[in-house]
Design a protein around this ligand. Structure first.
Ligand code: CA
Length: 228
C-alpha cells in the first residue's frame, strides 16, 4: 500500500504504530529524532509522514517546515500530546495535513491516515517523481535544481519538463515527438534541434562526462531515455 515514516521518540508508541500499520499492509520506517526522520524521508520515496511534535532534537514543527520548504508534498499527520488550538493552527500553517491529539484511538488514527493518503491522490510516492537521484547528484523538480556535493545548479523550465517526462518512463526511450508535444504542445513547431539542445545542456549539468553520457542516453532515430 503506502510507505510511511514515523518520527516519534516514544519507542513503545512507535512500535505499536509500526505493528498496526504493517498489519494494514503498509511498509513502515521509524526514526526516534527529527534529524533522523528528515534523513529517512529524504532518502526514499515516502507516501506519508506521522510526526510527533516533542522530539529530543528539532521539534516536529521544524521537521514539517523543512520538508515543505524542500518541496516535499506528501501528507504529514502530526501526532501530539499537546491539544492546544494554537499548536494545531501552527502545525497546519506549516503545511501539515492533519493533527491528531494523544491519547488517540488507533482506529481513528488509521482512518485519518487512509483519508490523508486518499486525498493525496492516486499518486503514491509523488515525491519520488519530484526529487530523485541521478548518480551522485539529486534532481529536485519542484525547486528546479540539480544538487551535488559541489553545490546547486539551476534547471531551466524546459530542462525540468524534459527530465520529468524521461523520469516517468525511466529505462525506456521517449520519442522526441512525444517530448515536443507534451512540453511545447501540438501545433507548435520549435526548431528541429530544440529538444537536442536542451539535452546537451542537461547532460552538462547531470553527467560526470557529458560527452560519454551514462544517464541521459540517445535512442537512435527515436529520442532519449533516462537510465538510473
Ligand atoms: Ca515525543
Amino acid at each position: 500500500m503506502a510507505h510511511i515514516v514515523i518520527i516519534e521518540d516514544e519507542p513503545e508508541l512507535a512500535q505499536g504504530l509500526c505493528d498496526n500499520l504493517e498489519f494494514e499492509n503498509h511498509s513502515v520506517c521509524h526514526a526516534l529524532t527529527g534529524e533522523e526522520g528528515l534523513a529517512l524521508v529524504t532518502s526514499q520515496a515516502t507516501d506519508l509522514v506521522l510526526l510527533d511534535i516533542m522530539l529530543p532534537d528539532i521539534n516536529g514543527f521544524e521537521v514539517c517546515r523543512r520538508l515543505r520548504e524542500a518541496g516535499y508534498t506528501m501528507p504529514i499527520v502530526i501526532l501530539s500530546a499537546r491539544g492546544q488550538e494554537l499548536d494545531k493552527v501552527r502545525g497546519l500553517e506549516l503545511g501539515a495535513d492533519d493533527y491528531v491529539t494523544k491519547p488517540f484511538s488507533l482506529r481513528e488514527l488509521l482512518a485519518r491516515i487512509d483519508a490523508a493518503l486518499r486525498r493525496a491522490g492516486q499518486a503514491p510516492a509523488a515525491t519520488a517523481r519530484a526529487r530523485f537521484p541521478v548518480g551522485a547528484r539529486q534532481v529536485d523538480l519542484v525547486r528546479q535544481k540539480v544538487i551535488s556535493s559541489a553545490g546547486e545548479v539551476p534547471l531551466g523550465y524546459y530542462e525540468s519538463e524534459i527530465l520529468r517526462i524521461l523520469h516517468e518512463h525511466v529505462g525506456r526511450a521517449v520519442p522526441r515527438t512525444e517530448l515536443l508535444e507534451r512540453i511545447w504542445g501540438t501545433g507548435v513547431f520549435p526548431a528541429d534541434r530544440t529538444v537536442d539542445n536542451h539535452i546537451v545542456s542537461l547532460r552538462r549539468k547531470l553527467e560526470p562526462d557529458p560527452k560519454k553520457p551514462k544517464y541521459i542516453l540517445t535512442a537512435h532515430a527515436v529520442g532519449y531515455k533516462l537510465v538510473l
